[in-house]
Design a protein around this ligand. Structure first.
Ligand code: NAI
Ligand code: MG
Length: 374
């Protein structure tokens, strides 16, 4: 087979944008002759309604037997605050699949997008980095203590957890010639776990990626520099779960448009690295791909959602789980051409979140047209 994909559209706009992305996948399959096996199942509020749980054991098992999971978004006000909440399904999938490296690209592919950034054009122009957040450890996991007058979340990292995530950063950087600059983000000045992180990251790069001169960056000053001088971090950034959560949201904010942002969560390094960790049956890496945005219940059911974040997540899936770099580049180029202004040779088709008039399907069809043409 050309690869197995489990599709979990989820709730609200999830199914609306996933449907459009699958149309793009079908075009790629048609034009390359590659046959993907797709299976669709439930996760989120839809699963709660049908099975009384945000994800079933059966679906968790399926996640372990595919090359990639293609996820929409989960949640909505109708499920209130009852436990388990719809969003917990995704957390359980993440934990089960051990997709510990959460990748969020931040770049201004389209010139036109500079206008949507809340930051001045001359500051964000040329930004192009990949942010990697460790996503299965650190302060968000582990044994918590919650008493009436005392709370504690142990912020722990051990060697294998650090090695595997910084290795993803190195492997990604090595996919470019010359290799990209890598920045490891921590607070080694005050946190013991950060000092261990820094030491082990340094070791991994010296041993496995001698061509890369790893740089270390303090998390707090990065928060500031992201706003004042974001181009200084072009390349690959890698950080732990807590700093990564906050800083990857901030980097998303640079682009000013939630509907455009894709993400990938990988179970190992992409490309040809010695490690067999996380390899899937088609020679890529196991991963889950989803847009950064949530289920957008305020606009769901109206055909207004921007399908771009979901479609760009598809491009990431083709690149990392299926080694289809050319096709991933074509999709990204197609998106760029649709968003670009006419003066820049684009089609200037945009959804409401970008100030345009196009609906989900119109936007998607424009991208599909460009994918076919390219
Ligand atoms: P959200 O991302 O769903 O929406 C925030 C704002 O951005 C809304 O105004 C929405 O209309 C807009 N927006 C989001 N995606 C868009 C798109 N593709 N096109 C155009 N506009 C878009 O975040 P919110 O409102 O905080 O959460 C809504 C629900 O989604 C909640 O139940 C939340 O828990 C869930 N959620 C799920 C995530 C996931 O499945 N990974 C991630 C984040 C939130
Ligand atoms: Mg967050």
């Amino acid at each position: 087979s050309g690869g197995k994909i489990l599709v979990l559209p989820g709730d609200h706009v999830g199914p609306e944008v996933v449907t459009e992305a699958i149309k793009v996948l079908n075009i790629i399959a048609e034009e390359t002759g590659r046959k993907f096996e797709l299976e669709v199942d439930l996760c989120g509020g839809c699963s709660l309604d049908k099975h009384g749980d945000s994800v079933t054991e059966e679906v968790l098992q399926k996640c372990l037997n595919v090359d990639a999971v293609f996820f929409g978004s989960a949640g909505g006000p109708e499920w209130g605050t009852a436990q388990p909440n719809p969003e917990s399904g995704l957390l359980r999938i993440r934990d089960r699949m051990q997709i510990f490296a959460n990748l969020r690209p931040c770049k201004f592919a389209s010139k036109a997008l500079l206008a949507y950034s809340p930051i001045k054009t001359e500051v964000v122009k040329g930004v192009d980095f990949m942010f990697i957040r460790e996503n299965c450890g650190g302060a968000y996991y582990g044994k918590k203590i919650e008493e009436a007058d005392y709370g504690c979340d142990p912020w722990e990292y051990s060697r294998p957890e650090i090695e595997r995530v910084v290795r993803v950063a190195g492997a990604l950087a090595m996919q470019h010639d010359p290799p990209l600059q890598v920045y490891s983000v921590d607070k080694a000045n005050v946190l013991a776990n950060s000092r261990v992180w820094r030491r082990i990251a340094t070791e991994v790069f010296e041993k496995e990626f001698p061509k890369i001169q790893l740089k270390h960056q303090l998390a707090d000053s990065l928060a500031l520099l992201f706003i004042t001088k974001p181009t200084a971090f072009n390349g690959v950034l890698v950080s732990d779960n807590t700093f990564g959560d906050i800083l990857s949201d901030e980097s998303g904010g640079l682009t000013g448009s939630l509907g455009l942002l894709p993400s990938a969560s990988l179970a190992g390094p992409p490309g040809n690295v010695d490690s067999k960790l996380g390899r899937n049956s088609v020679g890529g890496v196991v991963g889950l791909y989803e847009p950064v945005h949530g289920s957008a219940p305020d606009i769901s059911g109206k055909g207004l959602a921007n399908p771009t974040g979901q479609i760009l997540s598809l491009a990431m899936m083709l690149r990392y789980s299926f080694n289809m770099h050319r096709e991933a580049n074509i999709i990204e180029k197609a998106v760029e051409r649709c968003l670009d202004t006419r003066e820049d040779g684009g089609l200037e088709i945009r959804t409401g979140d970008l100030g345009g008039k196009a609906g989900t399907v119109e936007m998607s069809e424009a991208i599909q047209g460009e994918v076919r043409r390219l």
